[in-house]
Design a binder for this molecule. Structure first.
Ligand SMILES: Cc1cc2nc3c(=O)[nH]c(=O)nc-3n(C[C@H](O)[C@H](O)[C@H](O)COP(=O)(O)O)c2cc1C
Length: 219
């Protein structure tokens, strides 16, 4: 169904399939931040694999009787939403249906980079993953009996850690596919507006993904 406000259509992602066969240790050996990223778009297959490894569903039933995901989250609250900014618009990754649902039309990718760094790196990355914590999920998880979930400071530590877990997966899947990844700060105020977030939703970080601009040494 087309989102009438954005005129964008949902993007059905193909089944995730690993395209390269590096050993796990080889992947870890390649993990690094690469900031110079070419504008070449990723294929749908690459996007599919990227998002599935980032925070896809890997078990129908995980802790607390809800789905299991590829990244850990406090009490399996799954409070981090992965927004995917592409050239034509920004989408929200729905892990259960493994598709991208339209959120806003237009190119928000530049706002996913800290203004201070935009001029330094002139990012042309085709994909910006924007990590947003939804506090509602933390306070309404089945695991809410956990005392830490009632304390705003501890909630904060949980959602930042949970975001980092996803970012770590993205670094590894990028290394496995020969792609570049760069975890970074972003323009939170602009993104909060353009993604029309609720007060309970907090923009945390973003991560650029694409092909390395320079055939960087893979040593
Ligand atoms: C929480 C966090 C925030 C980061 N923020 C930025 C950032 O705003 N800008 C940037 O260029 N790199 C950022 N980075 C990337 C780090 O600078 C990079 O991971 C570090 O220099 C180590 O390099 P490596 O990833 O290649 O090992 C961030 C990394 C983390 C984990």
């Amino acid at each position: 169904m087309t989102n009438p406000e954005t005129k964008l259509r949902p993007i059905e992602l193909p089944q995730p399939v690993a395209e390269r066969t590096l050993s796990f240790n080889e992947v870890v050996a390649q993990r690094r931040t690469i900031r110079e990223i070419a504008a070449t778009p990723l294929t749908l297959a690459q996007l599919s694999n990227l998002l599935w490894v980032a925070f896809g569903v890997n078990r129908k039933v995980g802790p607390f009787g809800v789905t299991g995901r590829t990244a850990a989250s406090a009490s399996n609250s799954q409070e981090i939403d992965v927004y995917v900014a592409l050239e034509d618009g920004t989408y929200l990754y729905d892990a259960v249906t493994h598709r991208l649902n339209p959120v806003s039309a237009g190119d928000s990718r530049l706002a996913a980079i800290n203004p201070r760094q935009r001029t330094v790196f002139r990012s042309t990355a085709p994909v910006q993953l924007i990590y947003v914590a939804d506090l509602h999920c933390l306070t309404h998880t089945i695991g809410f009996k956990e005392p830490g979930l009632h304390d705003p400071e501890i909630q904060k530590s949980y959602y930042f850690v949970d975001c980092g877990m996803i970012g770590g997966n993205v670094y590894l899947v990028a290394a496995a596919q020969g792609l570049a990844a760069w975890f970074h700060n972003c323009d939170k105020a602009t993104l909060t507006k353009s993604l029309t977030l609720r007060p309970e939703q907090k923009v945390l970080f973003a991560q650029s993904v694409g092909w390395p601009a320079v055939a960087e040494a893979r040593q």
